[in-house]
Structures are given as structure tokens and as C-alpha cells.
Design a protein around this ligand. Structure first.
Ligand SMILES: N[C@@H](CCC(=O)N[C@@H](CS)C(=O)NCC(=O)O)C(=O)O
Length: 210
């Protein structure tokens, strides 16, 4: 059994969607980041960086923070959504790293300035909106060449990137302008496990439609 410490955010959803896809039994512990529960001492023991998501694997008592590491851990443990051939495996790690190091953090900055602090810095709004568009072009170009980010297979790299693309309204992107992302987004949105994992912890959230 996996304990999942999470909140209704793109980084949290990456892990709940993956757990649903893997059909693994898990227990949800909501960490309300609006109420600063991520700073509670007990949570700090499994998430030293004070951020969700985090997991505790009760089978071996291993805890894990950082969504990218958690996804690699679960995919490796349950042998799914991480290709086994050398080339494909590293293509998956490459696109997962693109997501955790570039796409997620930059879109997060776009949300900070475009949605939550509008009008505070014209420079930052322009910078992160431009960067969001650049990242969408990178993904669109890749998805024109292959059905999924790492190739022909649906992998943890897609789950990670999809979870952030689902916030397209917050970073003011019209997905319909990115034809290949739009098809990929709809295709993944239609997966039953993605729909289930999206609303964890349950608040009645539904996947934004395009
Ligand atoms: N690099 C981390 C980022 C995690 C992260 O930023 N989590 C946010 C929610 S999406 C959080 O816990 N924010 C609370 C805070 O920053 O205090 C990961 O990929 O897991």
C-alpha cells in the first residue's frame, strides 16, 4: 500500500493519475497547501522540501519527494509506463526531465504573474507568457513527430506534462493553436484512470475541455 500526500495541483495529479493507471492500492492524505499544512513537522519527515506530492511505500518504508523521482520509483516498481529498452527508457527520462526542470517550473511562474499577481510586473507577465508559448511550441513540434512525447508509447513523461497542460487557461494558452498538443491532450483526457486521478483529493474537479 502506498500513502500519497497530495493536493489538487498539477504536481500532485501526476502521481494520483499514475497510481490510478497502475491500478495500485493507495491511501490519500490531503496536505492543504493553502493552509500551509506542507510546513507541518510530520510532513517534513517524508518531504524535506515542504512540497507536495510525496509518498510513503509501506512495503519497505521508503518515502519519496519530488514528483519526477516518485514517478520513476512507481513506474520502475510496477514495471509500467517506463520503457525497458535502453533508447526508449532514456527518451522517456529526457522528456520527464524536460517537464520537471522546464515546463512545470516555467508554467508555474506564468500562473504566479498572469493569474495570481496580475498587474504587478508587466515585464514578468510578458516574460513567462512568452516562455509558456515557447514551451508549447517545443511540445507541439515533438508531438507532430510522435504520438507521445517519448515516442509511440504512453509513458510517465506524458502523464507529467499533461497534468500541467490541463492548466492551459491559467497560463493563457489557446491549445487549439497547437494542433498536435490538442489531439494528445484530448486522447489522454479520455483515459478513465486520468479522469479518476485528476480529482484527488476529491473536490469534484473535472478536466478542462478544449
Ligand atoms: N519540484 C517539485 C515541485 C513541487 C511543488 O512545487 N509543489 C507545490 C504544489 S504544485 C507545493 O507544494 N507548494 C507549496 C509551497 O511551495 O509551499 C515536484 O516536482 O514535486
Amino acid at each position: 500500500m502506498i500513502d500519497l500526500y497530495t493536493w489538487s495541483t498539477p504536481n500532485g495529479r501526476k502521481v494520483s493519475i499514475l497510481l490510478e493507471e497502475l491500478k495500485v492500492e493507495y491511501k490519500v492524505y490531503p496536505i492543504n497547501i493553502i493552509k500551509n499544512e506542507q510546513f507541518n513537522e510530520n510532513f517534513l519527515k517524508i518531504s524535506p522540501n515542504n512540497k507536495i506530492p510525496a509518498i510513503l511505500d509501506n512495503e519497505n518504508n521508503i518515502s519519496m519527494m519530488e514528483s519526477g523521482a516518485i514517478m520513476l520509483y512507481l513506474a520502475e516498481k510496477y514495471k509500467k509506463f517506463l520503457p525497458t529498452t535502453f533508447d526508449q527508457r532514456f527518451k522517456c527520462i529526457e522528456w520527464l526531465s524536460f517537464q520537471t526542470a522546464s515546463q512545470g517550473p516555467m508554467l508555474g511562474q506564468a500562473h504566479h504573474f498572469l493569474k495570481f499577481n496580475k498587474g504587478k510586473s508587466e515585464y514578468a507577465e510578458e516574460r513567462y507568457h512568452k516562455e509558456a508559448q515557447r514551451l508549447y511550441n517545443v511540445m507541439n513540434t515533438k508531438l507532430r513527430k510522435s504520438k507521445y512525447l517519448a515516442g509511440d508509447e504512453y509513458t510517465i513523461a506524458d502523464i507529467a506534462a499533461w497534468s500541467w497542460v490541463a492548466r492551459f487557461e491559467w497560463h493563457q494558452i489557446d491549445i487549439r493553436k497547437y494542433e498536435y498538443i490538442a489531439d494528445w491532450y484530448i486522447n489522454i483526457s479520455n483515459r478513465e484512470s486520468v479522469q479518476k486521478g485528476y480529482d484527488v483529493p476529491s473536490i469534484g474537479a473535472s478536466i478542462p475541455k478544449i
